[in-house]
Design a protein around this ligand. Sequence first.
Ligand SMILES: Cc1cc2nc3c(=O)[nH]c(=O)nc-3n(C[C@H](O)[C@H](O)[C@H](O)COP(=O)(O)OP(=O)(O)OC[C@H]3O[C@@H](n4cnc5c(N)ncnc54)[C@H](O)[C@@H]3O)c2cc1C
Length: 467
Amino acid sequence: MEAALTSSSGERYRDLSLWWDRLPGTLAVRPPLAGDTEADVAIVGAGLTGLWTAYYLAGADPGLKIAVVERDVAGFGASGRNGGWCSALFAASEERLDREAGAGAGAAMRRAMESTVAEVGRVVDAEHIECGFAAGGTVVLARTGVQLQRTHDEVAAARARGIDADGLRFLSASEAAAMVGATDVLGGTYTPHCAAVDPARLVRGLAEAVERRGATIYEQTAARALLAGAVDTERGTVRAPIVVRATEGYTRSLDGEVRTLAPVYSLMIATEPLPDAFWEEAGLSRRETFADHRHLIIYGQRTDDGRMAFGGRGAPYHFGSAIRPEFDRDGGVHESLRSALVELFPALAGTEVTHRWGGPLGIARDWFPSVGLDRATGGAWAGGYVGDGVSTTNLAGRTLCDLILRRDTELTSLPWVGHRSKRWEPEPLRYVGINAGLRLAGSADRAEERTGRATWRSRALGRVLGG
Ligand SMILES: Cc1cc2nc3c(=O)[nH]c(=O)nc-3n(C[C@H](O)[C@H](O)[C@H](O)COP(=O)(O)OP(=O)(O)OC[C@H]3O[C@@H](n4cnc5c(N)ncnc54)[C@H](O)[C@@H]3O)c2cc1C
């Protein structure tokens, strides 16, 4: 059983992440749905997907009655717990998008994602959302010979696709080390298309902006099933011709949806605020987000109060797509993250890790994010961002707005619109397959460290991830 936190005090949610812990003021829980109601659009899930959708819809047509139903509180899910990379990363590669949707589809998606980062910044300004938005770009370090080769390959592939040095720049060892004062830096890449944010302040601020635009958010209201023309919740039925599924990693909680998106956990740690002397060495002076070229994803940011927030995959997928509060903390994975961080920045060896947390993100069977609206049923959806949802949710929200209002726009012709992924296999196949893929990433890194070169594991991983 998935357990929702049930407390009348919103303060309990502060345990969810560093970001929740830092939210200013007291945390009030919004009232739940009080029995049956009607709306023009019902949105299930008050994370970034649901809230961006409500925000743009309410802005485009202030007469619309929009009801957002949320099982816990706005920002409870991945949106309030993530690494705060508001990036142009999209989980399906450009080559794959071209293959599936025709030449030029990948480039169109890239441009849409790049402008999405700027669009999030624009709304943050316009709505006075104090989320520490810092458009410092991303540095990805190469720290082994194999990683350096991967960096060269990535830059060459980018050039072949017409991406110039303004979009992705090769960094020499000294340039990379000047940006990120980590160990063993041999080079890297820099892209300007990313901003560091405090995700909880972003999503909670967006919820308030949505309410200012006249939409209603019902918290503590769990949907049980999405039907044609209605959402069945534990607190009553919301009748609406359009129903938006915006539950991402939690989609398994809805009737009939257990095989739609697999919840895979990403975990994070954060240090205490670090002294200026540390930052003089570590750099990240524009709050660039950072990672390196290992397979098992890691990601970091310098927070606006001078902490290191650092995360990575590596937690197992749980049988039956289970989601439980205790999965947010995994001693072994959190300790590996601390070791990885100290390996990058040995000066942090004695530093206190003040926060450890995590949460599920959604992955479709083909690792292909999608957004769409089925006109026959009025059922709309977005999700499967594979851990790159902070900005993609904004693109999803604008796209759903256009689809719902029957506008044919550049956004509605992007290659992820209307994409249908197969369902995941039933258990135990799902458990075996996903965990084998996760283990492959870790073992590919270890094999590279051992042999000093890319192995069959690295190539196999490329195929698992869909290329
Ligand atoms: C630890 C971690 C780090 C990450 N780092 C990054 C990053 O740095 N950059 C990036 O781009 N992406 C990152 N991601 C992914 C990103 O956070 C997600 O892709 C994004 O937040 C998804 O937003 P969402 O609104 O679709 O889903 P969520 O934010 O998960 O929202 C879903 C909402 O639905 C609610 N819900 C669930 N079931 C029901 C129900 N039955 N009825 C009603 N409501 C329900 C949940 O309570 C939740 O509030 C990370 C994710 C995690 C977990």
